[in-house]
Write a protein that binds this ligand. Structure first.
Ligand SMILES: O=C(O)CCC(=O)C(=O)O
Ligand SMILES: [Fe+2]
Length: 327
């Protein structure tokens, strides 16, 4: 593993404050463009999300995962759609057919009864299961979601500008963002006491993320999250105080005709502490049709992707057991 490689640090404040400096915005947009082309991951500062709430959601996650098992399973995904909504025990989640060694709580945007997911009885149609304990869980996380939705739109503006498009180019594809497919709260236990060592795989298997942007809020644990660089090496992406780790997802890969990469990443937590992370997946609208964009086709005229409807892509990813039905 090459250790010298450092992720770029991008200050997004030109988009999150009302400075309205066009030169500042263009400079930031250029930096994001470079970061998305080179590695698909960057640290984000100047995001305007209060540190207090960033720390608090990690704390609440930690407290929840330390409740007794019988309390946690009250919120089991089995109560809802068996796909994403609620609590998953250690080993219940699978990436590329291998068990992941983490536990997690998943939430997503509530949808109306007329939504195709509900009408067709598909996964991701159920109700969020907010824990009653710790008591502030729901309120704080909802406040966090509001901040993250705003930030997601701001970073998408920077991405549009970086691609030579109008700032609001993506608006119609993200204005009903299907957030929180999922907002995950993940707990990675200390695995030293697992009886059968051979069965312990990676904590979260290598994968790309599905949507537009992922904002990762991780605790202070080092050496857990790893990202694959272009040359095939895995590098550690350790927490940086005050920064989110941001990576692009598959839909930006399609939009940019592979100019941006949704990069493979994984988690291998072998530390003695209990690690918590909260990835927020900023997604396109469920019915957004995503296809390679003009400025990207000017760079490489060969289309690498057919148009894809985000919701269909998502369902394919979350479930190999469901036949995908036309939406
Ligand atoms: O826990 C982490 O650091 C990353 C988790 C992740 O990549 C994911 O849930 O998609
Ligand atoms: Fe991920």
């Amino acid at each position: 593993m090459s250790s010298e490689f450092k992720l770029p640090i991008i200050d997004i404040s030109a988009f999150t404050t009302d400075s309205n400096s066009q030169a500042g915005k263009l400079e930031t947009a250029k930096q994001i463009y470079e970061a998305c082309r080179n590695v698909g991951f960057f640290y984000l500062i100047g995001h305007n999300v209060p540190q207090e709430i960033i720390d608090k959601v990690l704390e609440l996650g930690y407290e929840f995962f330390h409740l007794p098992e019988e309390e946690k399973i009250k919120y089991s995904i089995a109560n809802e759609d068996y796909a994403r909504l609620g609590y998953q025990r250690l080993g219940e989640n699978v990436t590329r057919y291998q068990k992941d060694w983490h536990e997690a709580l998943d939430f997503y945007k509530p949808i109306p009864r007329t939504h195709p997911l509900v009408l067709k009885n598909l996964p991701l149609r159920g109700e969020n299961q907010w824990p009653k304990n710790p008591p502030e869980f729901r309120v704080i996380f909802n406040e966090y979601i509001d901040y993250m939705l705003r930030l997601g739109a701001q970073v998408m503006s920077a991405i549009a500008l970086g691609l030579g498009l109008e700032e609001n180019f993506f608006e119609n594809s993200i204005n009903d963002s299907f957030w929180c497919v999922v907002m995950r709260v993940i707990g990675y236990p200390d695995l030293r006491n697992v009886a059968d060592k051979d069965r312990v795989g990676v904590s979260c298997g290598e994968h790309t993320d599905y949507g537009c942007l992922t904002f990762l809020n991780q605790d202070k644990t080092k050496g857990a999250l790893q990202v694959q660089t272009k040359d095939g090496n895995w590098i550690n992406v350790d927490p940086l105080q005050g920064a989110f780790v941001v990576n692009i997802g598959d839909m930006l890969n399609v939009w940019t005709n592979d100019i941006y990469k949704s990069t493979l990443h994984r988690v291998i937590h072998r530390g003695e502490n209990y690690r918590v992370s909260v990835p927020f997946f900023y997604e396109p609208n469920f019915d957004a049709k995503i296809e390679p964009l003009k400025p990207c086709l000017q760079i490489d005229p060969v289309k690498h992707h057919e148009p894809v409807v985000y919701g269909e892509h998502l369902l394919k990813k979350v479930s190999t057991n469901f036949e995908i039905i036309e939406l």
